[in-house]
Design a protein around this ligand. Structure first.
Ligand code: GLU
Length: 368
């Protein structure tokens, strides 16, 4: 079972699950859902929630209609509604002894490697603290050209960045059916999809859309991102009480299976397209440490070539200038020239500010 076997799980909640057409908050649903999350956490899983609802809750508070809302006004509404949303989560989840935090992302945060890597670190640290991050798009800042606009695709990027094993898109449809189930008695729920071929695209196009922003199109787009990130993705009906329990018990949903392994996907993402901006020559001790799967520390760096920024792609060479690995530098080239050959506990003093201790973190490095 994909969910059962996952360590890191991203769950996307559409607005229609939190607030109904009459603008009534579905409090009972959310407190039952918190039990689902408690259950997953007790099973030692890392959970990230991607929740819509800022605009819907902002509209409720201001007594406005979501239709006809212009972008600039919706940004103000989102800013008002986001607090409502987090208050709702905080109140409901703290009753179940679950601690939550908030992360607001823009498209740029997920597309730029450096910011994305920083976001991953933040997720990892929140997991260590046993918090459940609740993510939404930063609707108050993002303008239409630089906006996801739907949380399906945002959730798939969050799954990719956090190296999640599975993403569950909870909406108000059961998944993808072979035909429209409302008019065809013999319509069947498609349980597993390996390839998103023309046929699947056609079915998705025709399928009855949910009320939220995305509909089926953005869910298929999200599935494509997941397939290439080594992440399984489900479209499931969240309208039931305890929808996650239901997936664990009956598996009544549509699963999209990954096309590559998670590790291969991440490595590819690290070294893809951009050309290395610099080179770090390291000593034998550091090479041995890397072979054992450790991060690269300043102490093992002998020489540095090129000018680069934090998050830039660098080559890691042995003393004979043979390339051993590639990775993303946590420091600028100027910073490395100040700390090379030094012990990690001296870094803060040498730079004059508190900093990370790994020059290239093991998770951001690929052997070549
Ligand atoms: N970020 C939007 C909100 O919180 C929702 C986007 C969506 O419906 O997917 O209201």
């Amino acid at each position: 079972m994909y969910l059962k076997n996952s360590k890191t799980v991203v769950i996307k909640i559409g607005s229609s699950l939190l607030i109904n057409e009459k603008k009534i908050i579905r409090k009972k649903w959310l407190s039952e859902f918190a039990k689902d999350i408690k259950h997953l956490k007790d099973d030692n899983k890392n959970i990230i929630l991607v929740s819509s609802g800022a605009i819907a809750l902002g509209c409720k508070k201001l007594n406005l209609s979501k239709k006809n809302l212009k972008l600039d006004k919706s940004q103000a509404v989102a800013s008002i509604g986001q607090i409502e949303l987090m208050n709702l989560f905080n109140k409901t989840f703290s009753n179940k002894k679950i601690s939550i935090s908030q992360i607001l992302l823009t498209l740029e945060d997920t597309e730029q490697r450096r910011r994305a890597i920083n976001a991953k670190r933040t997720f990892d640290n929140l997991f260590k603290l046993s918090f459940v991050p609740v993510v939404n798009e930063n609707d108050s800042i993002a303008t239409s050209e630089i906006k996801y606009g739907d949380n399906d695709r945002l959730a798939s990027r969050v799954a990719q960045i956090s190296s999640a094993d599975c993403l569950i898109l909870l909406s108000d449809v059961d998944g993808l059916y072979t035909k429209n189930p409302k008019i065809n008695k013999n319509a069947e729920l498609i349980k597993e999809i390996k390839n998103i071929d023309i046929n699947i695209e056609k079915i998705a196009k025709k399928s009855i859309g949910e009320h939220g922003t995305g509909g089926m199109k953005t869910k298929i787009d999200a599935a494509k991102v997941c397939q290439l990130s080594g992440c399984s993705m489900a479209i499931a009906n969240g309208m039931y009480q305890r929808p996650i329990k239901k997936i664990l018990e009956n598996n009544e949903c549509t699963w999209f299976l990954p096309k590559v392994s998670k590790l291969d996907a991440r490595k590819k993402w690290i070294i893809s397209s951009i050309s290395p901006k610099g080179e770090l020559v390291i000593d034998d001790g550091a090479i041995n440490a890397l072979k054992k799967g450790n991060s690269l520390l300043a102490t093992g760096i002998k020489k540095i070539y090129g000018k680069f920024n934090k998050g830039d792609h660098v080559k890691i060479l042995d003393k004979n200038m043979k390339e051993y690995a590639r990775g993303l530098s946590s420091f600028t080239s100027d910073e490395i020239s100040k700390i090379q050959g030094q012990h990690s506990n001296k870094i803060n003093e040498l730079l004059g500010y508190v900093s990370k201790s790994e020059v290239v973190h093991k998770d951001d490095m690929v052997e070549v």
